[in-house]
Design a protein around this ligand. Structure first.
Ligand code: AMP
Length: 445
């Protein structure tokens, strides 16, 4: 299949050619014709599947071919996203894909001055990418009008709800024209997301390009049991012994992020950090430095877990397991993108076994355990079973079986092998069919 056969116009085809996009990804193959035909969409697409182009390309084309010129303070297409970083990234995609089209796009989000955003909106915009809170501010100050709105895109809808944006979204939906096209993208589908879809979408085309809640198949995943207090030491050991080139590390708390960043810098490793307490320009700079390969380790809370596209990122480390199991899928989705292979390793201590079993139930896979010889934990991590069960009484500690011996032998061997991750298993505990985890409101990483 080619992009031309999907009905895209020449200026877009030229751009795709220059980007070396040879063929549409599965989500693009389904989404592009449907969006061009004006249909609503409900898409369950994993990160890294090319979903941004899946909505941006046909949307740009529709804006080119249909509708009036944009009036002042108006927008014709609105893309709502959960985080500031994602807003910038999606806006960059619109700029790239629309480089041969005379359309205006811009991103607005909180944490930066509102005045330049108001100025920019004065002339009107064909595409506005926005986080919900700032957009509502702008709307309440009459800086943006929605009467010309043709299309609404909700990107990473589940994340917007996780971050506590439900109220802002409701207020915004009330302000939008009823007659419009709506595209909803979400990695996971909780009850709340399904409710939202029912309310907003009209006869939507449902697209599901990957198994529900499945972690990317192209990512090799494993865990290393370790005592909590030795995690930083183990990370440093692995970083050096495995000669990791670039790594994104997820830590549970902001304090934990700062501590690990400081420790890495003390050890002479170039590291930067992203979390919710840092000012927006600092966050963007850290991300850019990481993307430019100027820093080797980026330490982050889950604020960085979704949507960020980092070319050729080989490795994600879960220094702490996420409390919300779905976040695991998003974290490891930072690697193994667009057909590349990636690796995701979790450093797991005994306290985290419940989080581990919830993750394993969600991804329907028991993560492979690889003992690191010098770091066998005093507090053993209880065994987990298929379906998210924990074996209550751990067996008597026994010496780890080290394949190949020597420092890092087992891990190194396994990484070099082509051995697949543990095969999918049948979940015993029932996982909600659309992945509806526990309600999580107002959590800001
Ligand atoms: P996304 O899932 O939208 O974040 O896209 C993930 C990555 O895939 C981005 O770096 C895109 O530039 C890239 N990409 C998207 N579509 C294609 C395609 N058809 N061929 C090659 N790369 C693509």
């Amino acid at each position: 299949m080619t992009f031309a056969s999907l009905g895209l116009i020449d200026p877009l085809l030229r751009t795709l050619d220059s980007l070396d996009y040879v063929a549409p990804t599965p989500v693009q193959a389904e989404a592009i014709p449907a969006v061009l035909a004006g249909r609503d969409l409900m898409a369950a697409a994993q990160t890294g599947t090319g979903k941004t182009a899946g909505f941006a390309l046909p949307l740009l084309q529709r804006l080119m071919m249909e509708g009036p010129n944009v009036a002042s303070n108006s927008v014709r297409a609105l893309v709502l996203v959960p985080t500031r970083e994602l807003a910038e990234q999606v806006q960059q995609s619109f700029l790239t894909y629309g480089q041969h089209l005379p359309l205006r796009s811009y991103a607005v989000y909180g944490g930066v001055s509102i005045n330049p955003q108001m100025m920019k909106l004065r002339k009107g915009l064909d595409v506005l990418v926005a986080t919900p809170g700032r957009l509502l501010d702008l709307y309440r100050q009459n800086a943006v009008k929605f009467n010309q709105l043709q299309t609404l895109v909700l990107d990473e809808a589940d994340r917007m709800l996780d971050l506590g944006f439900a109220r802002e979204l409701d207020d915004l939906f009330c302000a939008l024209p009823k007659k419009r096209q709506t595209l909803l993208f979400s990695a996971t589908f909780s009850e709340a997301i399904r409710g939202m879809a029912k309310e907003l979408l009209r006869d939507p085309l449902s697209i599901e390009v990957s198994p529900r809640n499945a972690a990317a198949k192209s990512v090799k995943q494993w865990l290393i049991p370790v005592d909590k207090k030795r995690k930083a030491e183990l990370f440093l050991h692995l970083y050096r012994s495995q000669r990791w080139s670039q790594v994104l590390v997820f830590v549970k708390t902001r304090k934990g992020v700062d501590e690990l960043e400081a420790e890495l810098q003390r050890q002479g490793i170039s590291a930067d950090a992203i979390h919710g307490d840092k000012p927006q320009p600092t966050r963007l700079r850290a991300l850019q430095r990481f993307k430019n390969n100027e820093v080797k380790v980026l330490v982050a809370t889950d604020v960085a877990a979704r949507g960020l596209d980092i070319d050729d990122l080989p490795l994600v480390v879960n220094f702490d397991l996420p409390i919300v199991a779905e976040d695991y899928v998003h974290r490891i989705g930072r690697t193994g993108r667009a057909g590349a292979t990636g690796q995701a390793v979790s450093l797991v201590c005994a306290d985290e076994v419940q989080h581990l079993s919830a993750i394993e139930a969600l991804i329907q896979q028991v993560l492979k355990r690889v003992d690191e010889p010098d770091f066998i934990p005093d507090h053993r991590v209880p065994q987990t079973l298929a379906g998210g069960q924990v074996v209550k009484k751990p067996k008597k500690p026994k010496k780890a079986k080290v394949v190949g011996g020597g420092k890092g032998g087992s891990l190194g061997r396994w990484l070099e092998s082509d051995e697949p991750a543990a095969p999918p298993i049948k979940a015993v505990r029932k996982v909600p069919s659309f992945g509806g985890g526990p309600a999580k409101g107002g959590r800001k990483p």
